[in-house]
Design a protein around this ligand. Structure first.
Ligand code: SF4
Length: 412
């Protein structure tokens, strides 16, 4: 078996002649065959979500999804992918929880709805009772070997928890005591999922950052890895999405988002938003989406790269004075923190306020309705008007004809 270090290198490499899953499957297959690892029984619950992460997993085109779900893991329950549906599928899931207690992995997609004891998200029926996502997670997680949250909703609440969040959506790690491995993204990249699964099978828990994200996939910011980074450094900025240049001034959140999208790319390593001309909206961030808005606006408080350049020059000057790399890092760190603070703390949505002048709004609405009604009435009268017009035209033509006839009579 390859060393853990080599495994991580493999996961971080971007040689795309083969998919990551395709490269990992033989490794886990060999380990299972030699009984150095055991294929894990997996229960995949979907809570408050759009199923995007399951769909993303289907992008694992080579090998196919079913190969991955059977050869890498032993998927016992997934409401969408399970061959069995209804009570039979639920029974298989509950049996796995009991019989494989301490062994099974609990994968969760979607946010946990916590308002009103979780009743806005009921995910299966047991003994005639609907069970909420919140109750299922709290019951299953303590028995699971690993709890893995996939997608930004399961990790941090994501779009499900966007303002005003009436269902109290939140990330899994907020409602249980067990450690949760967070694989964010909206959706998560299939490689991030298959790479983490393979690491868990072969070597156990991967190195995680402060947000419990695997460092091998989320250790660097998008900005650090971006193909447009040189344009950022050179101060060449796009004026609109799709334009040439760095997308920083049209709202790119690459500087505050940790993920390896620029290297890995999406849809089987074809492209990713910034390369296609759209600014990163920070979908793998713990603060997505509220803290990443407005998506397409450069926030006025953000300092431009000129400041960054100064910071870097300042750091370089310190380095030249012999104070060294720590000072350079410190100076750059101040800049990064400042950006982060403005992006994340400065953009929280506020409660919508009532229009200042309700009477005026009402008058404008009444006026709109009046104009619309007038248009409708005119449209109804239109066929009659057209008929009258053509009758008038016909009469005019008859009169013209008769006048012409009279004239010719005179001449005769
Ligand atoms: S700001 Fe965005 S587009 Fe510009 S270099 Fe950074 S990640 Fe790339």
């Amino acid at each position: 078996m390859i060393s853990r270090r080599d495994f991580i290198k493999l996961c971080m490499s971007t040689a795309v002649s083969m998919s990551l899953t395709e490269r990992l499957l033989p490794l886990v297959g060999q380990a299972y065959g030699e009984k150095r690892a055991v294929k894990p029984p997996v229960i995949w619950l979907e809570l408050g979500s759009c199923t995007g992460n399951s769909v993303s997993l289907e992008n694992a085109v080579n090998p196919s999804l079913d190969q991955m779900l059977t050869d890498m893991i032993d998927l016992r329950y997934h409401w969408l992918f399970s061959a069995e549906q209804g009570d039979g599928a639920v029974r298989a899931m509950l049996e796995t929880v009991e019989q494989e207690s301490g062994n099974f992995w609990l994968v969760i997609e979607g946010a946990v709805m916590t308002a009103d004891h979780g009743r806005y998200n009921e995910i299966f029926r047991r003994d005639g009772q609907m069970i909420t996502g919140l109750a299922a997670v709290q019951e299953f997680a303590p028995k699971a070997k690993y709890v893995i949250a996939v997608g930004d909703c399961a990790c941090f609440g994501g779009p499900s928890a966007a303002h005003p969040n009436p269902a109290g959506a939140t990330g899994v790690w907020k409602v249980i005591q067990s450690k949760v491995i967070n694989i964010p993204g909206c959706p998560a990249h299939p490689d991030w999922m298959s790479g983490t699964f393979a690491h868990l099978s072969l070597y156990g828990l991967p190195e995680l950052d402060g947000y419990n994200r695997p460092v091998m996939f989320f250790g660097k910011t998008i900005h650090e890895l971006c193909q447009r980074r040189q344009q950022y450094e050179d101060g060449i900025f796009a004026k609109f999405p799709g334009d040439q240049g760095c997308l920083y001034k049209v709202g790119c959140k690459g500087p505050v988002t940790h993920a390896d999208c620029p290297l890995r790319q999406w849809n089987h390593y074809v492209n990713w938003p910034v390369k296609a001309g759209a600014p990163c909206i920070g979908c793998a961030s713990p603060h997505f989406p509220d803290g990443m808005m407005p998506f397409y606006q450069h926030l006025p408080e953000i300092r431009t790269p000129a400041v960054a350049a100064n910071v870097q020059k300042f750091g370089a000057a310190l380095a030249a004075l012999g104070i060294g790399a720590v000072a350079t890092h410190w100076a750059a760190g101040i800049f990064a923190r400042r950006i982060h603070k403005h992006y994340v703390k400065g953009t929280k949505p506020i409660e919508p306020t009532a229009p200042e002048n309700l009477t005026q709004v009402k008058q404008e609405l009444d006026d709109l309705i009046r104009r619309q009604n007038a248009l409708l009435a005119e449209a109804e009268r239109l066929p009659g008007i057209q008929k009258a017009r053509s009758k008038k035209k016909l009469l005019a033509r008859v009169n013209d004809f008769l006048r012409a006839e009279d004239k010719s009579g005179d001449e005769g």
